[in-house]
Design a binder for this molecule. Structure first.
Ligand code: SF4
Ligand code: SF4
Length: 300
């Protein structure tokens, strides 16, 4: 099995499922959510990120880069022209300030398992395990299948965080055997979904409906963003879909946060600022869903 590009392995995580977990972040996603907290996951390939606040302006990268991906602006600051970057890595080798960081490296299944084994005792004592995240883990079906099986062989509980946009038939057996699934549903209106994420939601809803028939441990996550999906209409459409089309009754609402903004800039992508909903608004939406028969859960 070829290595898969992983951009982070986060140990001792308590927000990504039951107990203490290690979260494995896969590279590659089909969606382009404007509020994404992990835009470094979008590309399947390793990428250089540039963090301007660390840059001392020494200019080493200007000399090292043969692809005009770095320019000094009229204020003397370095700007990253990511469209020109071919990820050769030359700038990283000469940067004295760690302002250039490589996101993503190929890891074999044996290498991931070796990392997971370090925290085996925490999983056992807390009821935790590993959570596959990203990016979209189901876009790497053979690797995910073998990694999930390897975890199960040594008694590690598995969970996956997914945007639900993948080839369902290619992943049916993984959906069935993984211990817990968190599926995102961003927006119920398909046209608005496409406007904000780049794809319509028909495949996502169909996959969630199909998955609920073969895995009974699924939780829906909704990143709540003011003016995008925090309407009564959207929440009622969500509960109607879940109750009429699926066997899923548990939802976690997560307020939008700005953690992805710096990463967007570091990747040379346009950063769009959204508004975080108030605590009162979050409570109102939770209550609305509870009244429809939805159980609200939280891992935060
Ligand atoms: S990684 Fe990109 S920015 Fe850095 S030297 Fe290579 S092409 Fe230039
Ligand atoms: S080498 Fe690093 S510190 Fe020097 S100008 Fe480039 S990014 Fe900034």
């Amino acid at each position: 099995m070829k290595p898969c590009n992983i951009f982070q392995l986060q140990r001792l995580s308590v927000n990504d499922g039951e107990g203490i977990r290690t979260t494995v972040f896969f590279k590659g996603c089909a969606l382009r959510c404007q509020w994404c907290a992990n835009p470094e996951s979008w590309s399947f390939d390793p990428q250089v990120m540039f963090f301007p606040h660390k840059c001392t302006g020494c200019g080493n990268c200007l000399t090292a880069c043969r692809h005009d991906a770095n320019v000094r602006n009229s204020k003397g600051e370095i700007n990253f022209v990511s469209a020109n970057c071919v990820d050769c890595g030359a700038c990283r080798g000469v940067c004295p300030a760690d302002a250039r960081q490589e996101m993503g490296e190929g890891m074999t299944i044996a290498e991931v398992i070796a990392q997971l084994k370090k925290d085996y005792i925490f999983y056992q004592e807390s009821g935790g395990g590993v959570t596959f995240s990203g990016g979209e883990p189901f876009l790497h079906p053979e690797y995910l299948r073998q990694l999930n099986e390897a975890c199960h062989r040594i008694g590690i509980n598995t969970a996956v965080e997914s945007c639900a946009y993948f080839d369902f038939e290619a992943c049916r057996d993984i959906v069935e055997s993984i211990d817990q699934i968190f599926f995102d549903i961003k927006i119920m209106d398909s046209a608005r979904h496409k406007q904000y994420t780049g794809v319509d939601n028909s495949r996502i809803l169909a996959n969630i409906e199909a998955a609920s028939k073969i895995n009974n441990n699924i939780i829906i996550r909704v990143p709540v963003i003011t003016g995008v999906n925090d309407s009564t209409e959207n929440m009622l459409a969500l509960s109607k879909f879940l109750l009429e089309k699926t066997t899923i009754t548990r939802v976690e609402l997560l307020p939008y946060h700005e953690l992805g903004l710096e990463k967007m800039t570091a990747l040379g992508l346009p950063a769009v600022v959204f508004e975080t909903p108030s605590e009162a608004k979050m409570e109102e939406l939770k209550q609305l869903l509870r009244e429809q028969g939805i159980e609200i859960i939280s891992f935060r």
